[in-house]
Unconditional design. Structure first.
Lengths: 400, 278
């Protein structure tokens, strides 16, 4: 059936909004590190906000359409991507826009800038059996997504429901397959979200460009602004945590005053930071170790060595270290685009401010999702376009 | 058996603390540290909050996560907030306390029926040294024989205090008071799946291979977290469990049934029935 075949991927997983409702079984929530980016990618291709997407980082993602044309959208701090048709014609495209990948064409999704994450959504969604009602990959537990693992060359990701029978439809997370119609035209987001201080220069550039001359193809050139601002730390707002009173007054001040270095110990479970040691008070049993209680992505746990660990999507549901605070949702997504060598700062806010920020952010993203414009391509149709159009209008979907 | 939910005629519970866990969760801490009594109260609060009538009035409620001495309530902060969720939890605690102050007969009719959960009997092979690498050292540390450690480990009905650390991993307790010892000084990088561990006055069963710092006393043949079955986790907080020592032959027999595709929960139910008859 129609789908995408993985040609090359370095650190790519299927993710959706994750599996809440199973924390009492000890099942991590998982899901997209930057849900807003995934939401916008889905919106561009007409999929539901929480539909599964490919989250990728640490290099480009190369895919080939198989069996039919697939409309995709890329969102993230990405440079220019390219599509090579079956006849060798090259089309360049940017993040925050859709493009149709004709069967046999290969799409090279640009490597995210720095430590960023890219998100690829497909019209019709992925048709893969969900685990506990979710396609999110939980790497450390080895389930969800595609066999609970990273995507690898030769993996086939079926798109949409195709002509599967009803019984198997229920085991598939895909939407009804809609053949990509190039005549319908591609769209782009008018305004992209900010990804984090290190990447904010990128988004304004890429969202502002309406036309895409193919020769201006060097992604590095685009990220000059990105490098210039890379020294700036990403500031995230933090609600004081359940064990805030386990820390000395000095530690609480130090937590905010310090520009924390992100260490190489970063994965989808968490991010270790390095800086001055945050001391626990250690009075009346209020130390680094606690009787395990509930955790969530964003929690900042501080073991006895005083070095904070920010927990991310795949984190355990319970934890036995004192939690200094919790990075609020709208800011936690910025850490999806932060990695070793980057710097992070904390700013404490009240729970009330955090709730308001989450509500404002949700409505902001919903607004961004509706503000799209048709793409006016300045070049003539390529062989790839024509090839795609022929296949779509014909009856060659019998094999899909 | 003592009633864990009522420490005396007076309400002597510590004041609950309501601790925000980010913008979309609230941890209700029922005591400064884990005790079996506090844990039973966590369980009662979880049941009160998830009973059909309570769930109906709480818009934006996502789920509750019971842990050793706290309960974390996850909610949709676009719909509700910490204050509203705190009010729900406070009201539920008041209902629990009111039910406990009621006379015995009335209590049975009301809240007590909610206490409980399922009861399990879990076969453990304590024989093979491969299964029980720490049994000898634990016995030596506690000044007991390995046989005495096994006898005491299997003599007490344990509660599932919480599920966490790994999908489906139950924290069980309290163990026999003579079996209390700290975790291993050096955690293992590889604990085999279905190992039964002992530490900190509690016991655990590792659902799958993992690093871990508990003393390993034996192994069960029955998988306790299996995504091919619904629900995937066998144990839930509030369930009761006893370990039962089995021979290597019995271990193998049960392992064969599991390998043939029988769900873990079904194998455990049969085993409990056989044991009850025997």
């Amino acid at each position: 059936m129609t789908g995408l075949r993985v040609v090359r991927a370095s650190f790519a997983t299927l993710q959706d909004q994750g599996r809440a409702h199973h924390r009492s079984l000890g099942v991590p929530v998982s899901g997209m590190l930057d849900p807003a980016a995934g939401h916008l990618a889905n919106a561009l291709v007409g999929s539901a906000p929480g539909a599964a997407v490919i989250e990728y980082r640490l290099g480009p993602l190369v895919l080939e359409a198989v069996g039919g044309a697939v409309r995709i959208a890329l969102v993230g701090p990405l440079g220019r991507s390219s599509l090579v048709g079956a006849q060798g014609a090259i089309t360049y495209f940017d993040a925050h826009e859709t493009i149709v990948v004709p069967p046999g064409a290969q799409v090279t999704c640009a490597a995210p800038a720095g430590n960023g994450c890219g998100y690829l959504a497909v019209a019709g969604g992925f048709c893969i059996r969900p685990v506990l009602a979710s396609l999110a990959t939980t790497l450390n537990a080895g389930f969800g997504g595609l066999g609970g693992r990273l995507l690898a060359p030769h993996d086939h990701l079926p798109v949409g429901l195709g002509d599967r029978d009803k019984a198997s439809d229920r085991e598939c997370d895909g939407d009804e397959y809609r053949p990509a119609d190039p005549a319908a035209g591609d769209v782009r987001l008018l305004h992209a979200p900010a990804y984090g201080a290190a990447h904010d220069g990128v988004t304004s550039t890429s969202a502002g460009s309406a036309a895409h001359p193919a020769k201006e193809g060097c992604p590095e050139a685009k990220f000059a602004t990105c490098r210039a601002t890379a020294d700036k730390a990403v500031t995230v707002r933090v609600v004081p945590g359940p064990q805030f009173d386990h820390f000395t007054v000095d530690a609480k001040n130090l937590a905010q005053e310090t520009t924390w270095q992100v260490t190489p110990a970063v994965d989808r479970m968490g991010m270790r930071l390095a800086g001055p040691a945050l001391e626990h008070g250690n009075d009346a049993g209020r130390g680094a170790n606690i009787d395990s209680d509930g955790m969530c992505p964003g929690a900042i746990q501080v073991p006895a060595d005083g070095q904070p660990i920010v927990l991310l999507a795949d984190c355990q549901t319970t934890g036995g270290y004192a939690k200094l605070g919790v990075v609020i949702g709208p800011d936690l997504r910025r850490l999806a685009h932060v990695g070793p060598g980057d710097r992070v700062q904390f700013a404490f806010v009240t729970p009330r401010v955090a709730v308001e920020a989450a509500r404002d952010w949700a409505s902001h993203v919903a607004t961004l999702a509706t503000q799209t414009a048709p793409i006016v391509r300045t070049r003539a149709p390529t062989t790839a376009d024509l090839l795609g159009a022929n296949l779509i209008s014909g009856v060659t979907f019998a094999e899909a | 058996m003592t009633d864990l939910l009522s420490p005396g005629s007076e309400n002597t519970w510590p004041a609950p603390r309501f601790l925000p866990l980010g913008e979309a969760a609230l941890t209700v801490e029922l005591g400064p540290a884990y005790t079996p009594e506090i844990n039973a109260r966590v369980d009662a609060l979880a049941r009160a909050l998830t009973s059909p009538d309570a769930a109906a009035i709480s818009a934006g409620f996502i789920e509750v996560l019971p842990t050793l001495r706290s309960l974390t309530i996850f909610f949709d902060c676009l719909v509700t907030d910490h204050d509203a969720v705190r009010a729900l939890a406070q009201a539920a605690l008041e209902r629990i306390d009111t039910a406990q102050r009621a006379p015995e007969t009335q209590r049975e009719a009301q809240g007590e029926a909610r206490e409980g959960g399922r009861t399990w009997c879990v076969p453990v092979c304590y024989e093979q040294s491969e299964f029980a690498p720490d049994l000898g050292a634990v016995a030596a540390t506690l000044g007991l024989s390995p046989q005495e450690v096994v006898a005491r480990h299997t003599s007490v009905t344990l509660r599932v205090l919480m599920v966490g650390f790994l999908p489906g991993l139950p924290y069980l307790g309290p163990v026999d008071p003579t079996l209390v010892l700290p975790r291993r000084a050096a955690p293992r990088t590889h604990v085999p799946a279905l190992s039964v561990g002992l530490a900190a006055g509690m016991s655990v069963i590792y659902p799958r291979a993992s690093p871990g710092g508990w003393h390993l006393l034996g192994r069960t043949p029955v998988p306790i977290f299996d995504l091919d079955h619904e629900p995937p986790g066998v144990f839930a907080a509030g369930d009761h469990l006893t370990f039962r020592a089995v021979s290597m032959a019995k271990y193998q027999e049960l392992a064969d049934r599991v390998a043939a595709g029988e769900p873990g929960a079904a194998v455990l139910a049969d085993f409990a029935q056989d044991e009850a008859v025997a």
